[in-house]
Design a protein around this ligand. Structure first.
Ligand code: PLP
Length: 367
């Protein structure tokens, strides 16, 4: 049997008639940059999250960059964030010249450890930017409490967590700003690059719209240096189609995760577990074990695709060498990088495929 790590063609095939019609509508209207489909998606995605405003971008990275600008972050400023994430979380800070101040993660959720955040605050700290990694919320309340005590804004990187809930409330609604990615492999993915910001602040929303469009509210009049970060019309049209399926897909991902939990409970693997306050959307199903590499080879030989998220934490990446971190600074993140492995999880995965993954892991003898 073959179990690809990810099977986007299966999803696209099932949606082809709807996607063809949506793309055809855009070809007819020629609303290729922003336009009515993007505006509709911005409204509906914000409503889905429970936020007042949604602003579409050409990527999640651009959305995070604009979030950093909206908060006025710049050279000399420090932002507390996680070293265990996709690099784009910290790009937002690098782009504006601010310094990412990494804090280690919590063993159970792989997210920023709230117990370590306060010690990292200095007079230069200007914001806290955790990530809802793998679709599992970070522990929002203690971090919000620290934000309140120190009057710091919270930016949520919700790029992997469309629809995840913390104590029953959707992530993306706790911070001043939250950024989403619609990269094709995300739980809600475009047919190309796309991202969004959501916020409850009308002033942020208005400035974000201007910054994504060359710093302009009125064509050819530019109030500040801006960017070309517009969402494409075709991506808005595609996302309007896919948003209608998101809830069903999330239910399917959660069901698959529960099937894996049951199948793998007796193996030596450490399995992802939801915190009592969390409802994860299982963007990834990440297991861990020190023999990860051998297990990965074994699964590959059996036709099962896996992936690593993420093998090298950000503080050890060459691009951040100037921050002067060293191996050993964040032991929990470093160990996670050595031990974590993502198993296939997507709504189209069949029970036979899931059971096959379980059986092949059970068969592994090289622990
Ligand atoms: C945690 C995280 N932050 C930011 C991004 C950046 O999003 P994009 O790829 O849409 O630029 C991603 C996704 O790739 C991500 O996983």
């Amino acid at each position: 049997m073959n179990v690809p790590y990810f099977d986007l063609p299966a999803q696209i095939k099932a949606l082809r008639p709807e996607l063809d019609a949506a793309i055809a509508r855009t070809l007819d209207s020629c609303a290729f940059c922003l336009g009515p489909e993007v505006a509709k998606f911005e409204r509906e995605f914000a409503a889905y999250v429970g936020a007042a405003h949604g602003i579409g971008f050409n990527s999640g990275t651009s959305a995070l960059h604009i979030a950093a600008l909206l908060l006025g972050l710049g050279p000399g400023d420090e932002v507390i964030t996680t070293p265990f994430t996709f690099v784009a979380t910290s790009w937002a800070l690098a782009y504006v010249g601010a310094r990412p101040v990494f804090v280690d993660i919590d063993e159970a959720t792989f997210n920023l450890d709230p117990a370590l955040v306060e010690k990292a605050i200095t007079p230069r700290t200007k914001a806290i930017m955790p990530v809802h990694l793998y679709g599992h919320p970070f522990d929002v309340d203690p971090i919000l409490e620290i934000c309140r005590r120190h009057r710091l804004p919270l930016i949520e990187d919700a790029a992997q967590a469309h629809g995840a809930r913390y104590k029953g409330k959707q992530v993306g609604t706790f911070g001043e700003l939250a950024a989403y990615s619609f990269y094709p492999g995300k739980n809600l993915g475009a047919c190309g690059e796309a991202g969004a910001l959501v916020t409850s602040r009308a002033d942020f929303a208005a400035r974000a719209r201007s910054l994504r469009e060359h710093g302009s509210k009125e064509r050819y009049y530019h109030e500040e240096v801006g960017y070309n970060y517009r969402m494409e019309g075709i991506q808005g049209a595609v996302l309007n189609v896919k948003l209608k399926h998101l809830l069903t897909w999330t239910v399917a991902r959660r069901r698959i995760a529960h099937r894996y939990h049951a199948l793998l409970a007796a193996t030596p693997l450490r399995l992802p577990r939801e915190a009592a306050w969390a409802q994860s959307v299982y963007h990834l199903y990440v297991v861990r074990h020190p023999s990860r590499d051998r297990l990965r080879d074994h699964l590959q030989a059996k036709g099962i695709g896996t992936a690593l998220h993420y093998p090298l934490p950000l503080h050890l990446q060459k691009c951040f060498a100037q921050l002067d971190y060293k191996a050993g600074d964040f032991p929990v993140a470093e160990r996670a990088g050595r031990e974590c492995m993502s198993l296939p999880i997507y709504p189209e995965l069949t029970d036979e495929q899931i059971d096959y993954v379980g059986a092949m892991i059970a068969e592994f003898k090289g622990w």
